[in-house]
Design a protein. Structure first.
Length: 256
């Protein structure tokens, strides 16, 4: 059994994909197609940009998507997944890799998702923090206790590691309380905003129309989705889970 799990935001690095572009004519063809679809040369930013260029959500997401998907596509018939999954953004890569989405539609959705999330981030300052060494229940209780600010669990990564998301003040307060409760670390992350939280609701609403207007096919293998960690093959259910994903926590622990 072969399972492929695709990465999410944070996996970017300068030079990503350049070896594929240089060594594979097929990869080069896909990268150049992406430049045309996006309306700018994202390859220039991926191959020779700065870390600051790649940190912009509107660049980061399509860049990681392209690196992931093209890496799978160039394998040709050797790419035979029995199941796929992806962390947040990586779910779109998984859907293209499993043929539930075309390359073109996947890239357009990722670009729209990135722009909508960037807009939501700019509308209100927000952030995320990684909490290490506490149970999920304690982190959930602390988030729930902070009524005056938005702060929620966002990524259940593995036992003893959970990421929280919310307003700057909410995250600061939660980190302070969680340290008092024995967290080994409560580390604010260098991200553009409060992903997988209610603060992404405007982005979710914007993306919903685009997802509903896009044709999804039955994937060639089950897709384990972020919102519930269940194997899914029904296109209608996949769409609904994708729409919910922006404001719901990523259950990576259960998916893996």
């Amino acid at each position: 059994m072969k399972a492929y799990v695709f990465p999410g935001q944070g996996a970017q690095f300068v030079g990503m994909g350049k070896d594929l572009y240089d060594q594979s004519p097929l990869a080069k063809q896909y990268f150049e197609k992406a430049n045309l679809i996006l309306g700018f040369r994202i390859t220039d930013l991926m191959f020779e940009g700065t870390p600051e260029d790649l940190r912009q959500t509107k660049v980061t997401q399509p860049a990681i998507f392209l690196h992931s998907v093209i890496s799978a596509l160039v394998l040709g018939d050797d790419f035979k997944p029995d199941m796929v999954a992806g962390h947040s953004l990586g779910e779109f890569s998984a859907l293209v890799a499993s043929k539930a989405l075309t390359f073109e539609d996947g890239l357009l959705l990722v670009s729209k998702r990135a722009m909508a999330m960037q807009k939501a981030c700019e509308a209100q300052e927000s952030t995320m923090a990684a909490i290490l060494g506490l149970s999920d229940e304690i982190v959930e209780e602390v988030c729930e206790s902070i009524k005056e600010e938005v702060v929620v669990p966002a990524n259940y990564n593995c036992p003893g590691q959970i990421v929280i998301s919310g307003s700057i003040q909410g995250i600061d307060k939660a980190c302070e309380i969680l340290k008092e409760k024995g967290a080994k670390r409560a580390l604010k992350l260098s991200v553009g905003g409060a992903f997988h939280s209610p603060l992404m609701q405007p982005a979710s609403e914007e993306l919903q129309a685009a997802i509903k207007a896009t044709t999804f096919s039955t994937p060639v293998c089950p897709v384990y989705q972020n919102v519930n960690a269940y194997p899914q093959t029904d296109p209608a259910a996949i769409k609904e889970n994708l729409i919910a994903q922006l404001t719901a926590p990523v259950d990576r622990k259960s998916v893996v």
